[in-house]
Design a protein around this ligand. Structure first.
Ligand SMILES: Nc1nc2c(ncn2[C@@H]2O[C@H](COP(=O)(O)OP(=O)(O)O)[C@@H](O)[C@H]2O)c(=O)[nH]1
Ligand SMILES: *[C@@H]1O[C@H](CO)[C@@H](O)[C@H](O)[C@H]1NC(C)=O
Ligand SMILES: *[C@@H]1O[C@H](CO)[C@@H](O)[C@H](O)[C@H]1NC(C)=O
Ligand SMILES: *[C@@H]1O[C@H](CO)[C@@H](O)[C@H](O)[C@H]1NC(C)=O
Ligand SMILES: [Mg+2]
Length: 426
């Protein structure tokens, strides 16, 4: 009976990429903690489990890698003599993997890390940078450092880069948020989600820890990579002189951004051709609404914007682009309208519109052979040989495989963006 439930649950979960381990853990906790074992057992073992934390949980042991599971209360004592050097990959780019994450998402963070390490980073040892609006716990730091093949660093986001600015009016904000909640807007009732979106739109690239790098690779907790990466995406950007790379493109929910396009149009008029060069950019990708094959745009929009955006939970980008005066002007213009709070503007449309307006066409790339999953959607190479060659674990014909589904903007990218080509073939 339990086995049956477990199997059914796993089978449905495998389709998307929510870590199976997490599901199992929840089920086990349910069974053992709440239903079978009396409470005092768990509290006793909790106590025991944490008895030696003060000597074990030390951040200064961080350059040590665990080789085995160990019960030694001080597993570092013999190892920690300061000479554990990791092999450097010869052609490493000036880049870091970047995760904004909450302490309570540790397991999801590890799941994502394990996947990216296996599929890519174990060969390269790129640094991992973690950002948080509250201090990371020692447990978080230790576990993520043990999972990383590269250096890890942890940054605390200053309040002025994260929290609601004082010029957002309290009453108006509360009223707008309430309205969005009533209208069932996705994350419409969340203040922290708004902070996160504004941070990702205008502040992540200003964090001190990122000043030392040219490129970043954004990773979220609970994502996965279904195939070996066939190339170093940082190197692809550098060699092509590109500034932004994506894998999935979708239509945005218009009710999160009712006036975003007004703000953008305003910005374009004000810019007056200084930074926005219509003859070289991807304005057509943002505005074309024609039928593609059998498909009209999946969502009707009330402005010229067709709602297409790069799904920004995956991004590989050039930090210098975001740090540029051009992008900052664009961001400041949008920010001044208050839509990050009075509405619920996401960083995905903000990055996508910014990149599409300010970058030249060949400065944005679609990473065609990177198989990526953020529930509920994923991409998977359609070529069987690519799937074998890259040890893929995905089905390109499944309903969640998004590339050529009606709610994907990829076909529109092929038509009105940079066209269709294969990165490996140049
Ligand atoms: N530190 C921190 N990270 C957050 C917060 N809210 C969201 N995030 C991170 O921001 C990213 C996007 O959040 P997520 O919940 O995945 O949103 P979704 O993918 O749009 O459903 C993830 O990397 C989260 O870990 C927050 O309040 N604090
Ligand atoms: C660390 O190991 C390397 C290579 O084995 C050696 O060349 C180096 O001298 C060692 N450094 C220390 C501080 O022991
Ligand atoms: C890496 O990038 C940063 C930011 O652009 C720059 O300051 C630094 O000099 C670069 N490092 C190397 C080794 O090129
Ligand atoms: C999109 O591409 C098609 C085909 O090349 C072209 O006819 C159309 O004008 C483009 N749309 C925009 C808005 O640029
Ligand atoms: Mg997410």
């Amino acid at each position: 009976m339990i086995g049956m439930f477990y199997l059914v649950k796993c089978a449905s979960i495998i389709l998307i990429c929510t870590p199976i381990f997490f599901q199992i853990k929840v089920i086990l906790e349910d069974l053992y903690v709440q239903k079978i074992l009396p409470y005092h057992y768990t509290s006793q073992s909790q106590e025991l489990a944490h008895k030696y934390d003060s000597s074990r949980m030390k951040v200064d042991h961080l350059d040590v890698k665990f080789g085995t599971n160990t019960y030694d209360p001080d597993p570092f004592s013999q190892l920690h003599n300061g000479n554990i050097s990791r092999q450097e990959y010869p052609q490493k780019e000036n880049a870091t993997i970047l995760m904004l994450v909450r302490n309570e998402e540790l397991e999801g963070a590890l799941e994502s890390m394990r996947s990216l390490e296996d599929r890519f980073n174990k060969e390269y040892h790129y640094d991992w940078t973690f950002l948080n609006d509250v201090p990371f716990t020692t447990a978080f730091i230790m576990a993520t450092t043990a999972m990383a093949s590269g250096k890890t660093q942890y940054g605390l986001i200053p309040s002025e880069d994260w929290d609601r600015p004082v010029w957002i009016e309290d009453d108006k904000f509360t009223k707008c948020m309430k309205k969005m909640e009533e209208e069932d807007v996705m994350y419409g009732d969340s203040v922290s989600y708004r902070n996160m979106c504004r941070f990702n739109s205008g502040y992540f690239f200003r964090q001190e820890l990122l000043m030392d790098y040219d490129y970043y690779f954004r990773v979220e907790p609970n994502v996965g990579y279904f195939c070996d990466l066939p190339y170093d995406p940082f190197k692809v950007l550098r060699e092509r002189k590109a500034k932004y790379g994506f894998v999935i493109s979708l239509y945005e929910y218009e009710n999160t951004i009712p006036t975003l396009w007004d703000a953008v149009s305003d910005y374009i008029i004000e810019d007056d051709g200084k930074d926005v060069h219509m003859d070289q950019n991807h304005y057509g990708f943002l505005t074309d609404k024609s039928q593609i094959g059998r498909y009209l745009p999946a969502t009707e929009s009330n402005s010229d914007y067709n709602l297409c955006h790069f799904w920004s939970n995956f991004e590989v980008g050039d930090l210098n682009f975001f740090r540029s005066e051009q992008y900052l002007n664009y961001f400041n213009h949008l920010d001044s309208k208050g839509g990050f709070y009075y509405e619920r503007w996401g960083d995905a449309p903000v990055h996508s519109i910014g990149a599409s307006l300010l970058l030249k066409q060949d400065e944005i790339v679609h990473f065609d052979q990177i198989s990526y999953c953020h529930p509920p959607f994923y991409t998977c190479p359609t070529s069987m040989y690519a799937r074998l060659d890259q040890r893929c674990i995905c089905d390109s014909e499944n309903e969640y495989s998004i590339d050529i589904k009606p709610h994907s903007c990829l076909m529109r990218w092929w038509k009105n963006g940079s066209g269709k080509y294969f990165i490996k073939e140049g």
